[in-house]
Every structure is written in structure tokens, then in C-alpha cells.
Design a binder for this molecule. Structure first.
Ligand SMILES: *Cc1c(COP(=O)(O)O)cnc(C)c1O
Length: 382
């Protein structure tokens, strides 16, 4: 609520939005001094930093439990920026296979083009991590809870294995939610959050944050980001600051609703299964409960009868909107096999469990009973 606040001489209550590209210096000597060594709260150009953006960075660092953070134009600017900032040709990376599609593209296509070797593993298999992490592994990448299949990674185990060979651990932490992120607690070096999701939470702005130690963030991350142009703009930072004021309330209610939906639909005759990380029907619920205080705001269902039955179900919903985002105040339903993961080859879909009957469901702020009634009525229509 308060971390990072920078008040102007007017003493405003609500954070000020500094819409400026540059900053002026009282004298030529002052300009020279600032370019020589930037002080704690000094700025020279908005691509490098801006007071409104810095408020948001400080607040997110405190929320996520890290020393510092760099705010980016989107979650993917944060993921690709952090990876590129840390890696060079010849490095070896180990990553879980169950990844957001764009993350997979950055790892498999872009990094490969620059001579980085990437080994993909089943993130739920601790032995697979142990076998893949080598003495020359430089970095480990994973989603703490994967999108859209909600696989849970044993983060403490992976961090221990990676740190054993001196590798950095980068966690893409969108699904765990910034409120209940456990990346810092488990020892991950960097947490990356698409602030497009729960932080904005109302379907407006794209944003991302890279959080970590001051040495990493104000070292390689800032150096890469400020020279390549992925810095967040002050208007986004300001809407994000205002959204952070209600973040905990929204996430708590959305997580409670997601869990209530999982409980209400578990065992439904039209469903193969319901998946919510901390619910007993999830194969990894013991691990999910040990690591996180909630299972997040997203759940997955598999409708019996494949794509045709699933589309009937989707089209019969009245309250859930068909879209491909998640963590919005409005409840959203997604058919990953034909949208977000359409281009993934069939064998990869099979490995990850992205079937024709599978949907990802993002619980919003509507009344939970209304949402459950909507889902049940749509299942009846199948
Ligand atoms: C949404 C998402 C991203 C990308 O974030 P954008 O803000 O859309 O660029 C990356 N990783 C995960 C896990 C996501 O859910």
C-alpha cells in the first residue's frame, strides 16, 4: 500500500504520475555529475527510469519479497529481458516443458538462435531435474504453477539442485499470484510476474516485473533493459499502483471462488476431472498446499466427449466470457487447444494434457454461486 511512495512538494495523497521523457539539471556540472553516478532517487531518461515507475518497482519488490525490481512493458518483455540479460552463447539452460507458449518460443527458438542450449524436462519430476542440471548449467527456468495445465513444481528441490552447480533460478510466477508468491521464500534468484494478470486485474494494461537482488536487478537486468527499450511507461505504472491497493482483496475473493467452483464441480458426471492445485483431486495437492497458501485464481476442467462437447459447454455459458486472458475481475473461460496453444504440435499437447475437452477457467469477482450455477447449467446443455 505504501512502499516506494515518492511525494512531490505538494504532498498529494494519491501517487503522482510523472509523464516525462527527460529530466532537467540546474547546471552543466549537475548534469555531468548525474551521468557520472546516478543517485538513489535521481533520473536521467524515462527508458532508464521514472519516478512513477520507480514507486511501482519498489512496491512490487516489497510485495514479492525481493530487494529490487525492474518494471517492463509486458510480462514477455520481462521474461525475454531477464533471460537475455543473464545468458550468452554456449550457456546451458534447463526448463520445465509446461510453459506459456511465448516463453517456450523465447527458449526454443530465440535463445537457440544465439547459441544457448535448452533442455526441457517434466517439471513435476524431481529426478528429471536432477538428471538434466549439469555442472555447466547456467540458468534454470520454470513456471511455479504451469499455464494452463496447473502442474506444480517442487521449487525448493529445483532451487537446491540448481544452486548446487551455481545456476540461477528464474521463476515465471504469474499463476501463483503476487500476493501468494513463494519464489523468494524458496530461494529463487529472480521472480518474474506478468502484471497484466492479477496486478492490473481489470483487463486494461500490459505490464511485467523482474524482481531479485539489488546486484542482479541494478546490474545485468537494468543494463540490458535500459539500453533495449523495454521499460514500463508511467501511465501503466500509475494504474498498477492504484490496482495494488485492492490486489489482496481481489485475489483472496477470486481464489476462494476458484476453490468453491472446484469443490462444486468435482465428480460431476459430465467431467473427466477438475484440477485446482490445492484441491484433493489434483495429483500434486500435497505439494501445492505445502508451498502456497492458496491454489490461485485459475482452475482447469476436462469435459467428457472431446472438443465438440466442450464447445457446446463453452457456447452455453452466460456469465463466463470466452477469452484468452486470465486473472480478470470478469470470469473468463479459455479453450487452450484451439487458442493459446493452437500452434503447439499435437505430440506436445498430448504430453502436457492439453486435450480437446480441456478448458482453463479464471474466477472473477462475480458472485460464486452465480458462477457455479452458470457452469452447471452449461454442463447440462452438453
Ligand atoms: C501471461 C503470461 C506471460 C506473458 O505476459 P504478458 O503480460 O501477456 O506479456 C508470461 N508467462 C505467464 C505464465 C503468463 O501467464
Amino acid at each position: 500500500m505504501h512502499a516506494g511512495t515518492r511525494r512531490s512538494q505538494y504532498g498529494e495523497v494519491s501517487e503522482a504520475i510523472y509523464v516525462t521523457q527527460g529530466f532537467v539539471y540546474p547546471t552543466a556540472e549537475a548534469a555531468e555529475a548525474r551521468f557520472e553516478a546516478l543517485g538513489e532517487d535521481e533520473f536521467i531518461y524515462a527508458r532508464y527510469g521514472n519516478p512513477t515507475v520507480r514507486m511501482f518497482e519498489d512496491r512490487m519488490a516489497m510485495l514479492l519479497g525481493y530487494e529490487d525490481a525492474f518494471a517492463c512493458t509486458s510480462g514477455m518483455a520481462a521474461v525475454s529481458g531477464a533471460l537475455t540479460a543473464m545468458l550468452k552463447a554456449g550457456d546451458h539452460v534447463v526448463s520445465s516443458r509446461a510453459l506459456f507458449g511465448s516463453c517456450l518460443y523465447v527458449l526454443e527458438d530465440i535463445l537457440a538462435r544465439f547459441g544457448v542450449e535448452v533442455t526441457l524436462v517434466d517439471g513435476t519430476d524431481n529426478a528429471a531435474w536432477d538428471a538434466a542440471i549439469r555442472d555447466d548449467t547456467r540458468l534454470v527456468f520454470l513456471e511455479s504453477i504451469s499455464n494452463p495445465t496447473l502442474e506444480v513444481v517442487d521449487l525448493r528441490h529445483v532451487v537446491k539442485a540448481a544452486h548446487g552447480v551455481g545456476a540461477l533460478v528464474l521463476v515465471d510466477d504469474a499463476m501463483a499470484t503476487p500476493v501468494y508468491s513463494y519464489a523468494a521464500e524458496c530461494g529463487a534468484d529472480i521472480a518474474i510476474v506478468s502484471t497484466t494478470k492479477h496486478v492490473d486485474g481489470q483487463g486494461r494494461m500490459l505490464g511485467g516485473i523482474i524482481a531479485g537482488s539489488r546486484d542482479l536487478i541494478r546490474g545485468p537486468v537494468e543494463a540490458y533493459m535500459k539500453h533495449t527499450g523495454g521499460a514500463m511507461n508511467p501511465f501503466t505504472a500509475w494504474t498498477h499502483l492504484k490496482a495494488l491497493e485492492t490486489l489482496v482483496l481481489r485475489v483472496n475473493q477470486q481464489a476462494a471462488t476458484a476453490e468453491a467452483i472446484a469443490v462444486a464441480l468435482d465428480g460431476h458426471p459430465k467431467l473427466v476431472h477438475v484440477r485446482y492445485p490445492t484441491h484433493a483431486a489434483h495429483p500434486q495437492h500435497v505439494l501445492a498446499r505445502a508451498q502456497g497458501e492458496t491454489g490461485g485464481t485459475v482452475l482447469a476442467l476436462e469435459v467428457k466427449g472431446g472438443k465438440d462437447a466442450c464447445f457446446k459447454f463453452l457456447n452455453a455459458l452466460e456469465l463466463f466470457t470466452i477469452s484468452n486472458n486470465f486473472a480478470d475481475a470478469k470470469s473468463i473461460i479459455t479453450h487452450p487447444a484451439t487458442t493459446t496453444h493452437q500452434r503447439l504440435p499435437q505430440d506436445q499437447k498430448d504430453i502436457l494434457g492439453i486435450s480437446g475437452g480441456m478448458v482453463r477457467l479464471s474466477a472473477g469477482l462475480e458472485d460464486a454461486d452465480d458462477l457455479i450455477d452458470d457452469l452447471k447449467a452449461a454442463l447440462d446443455a452438453v
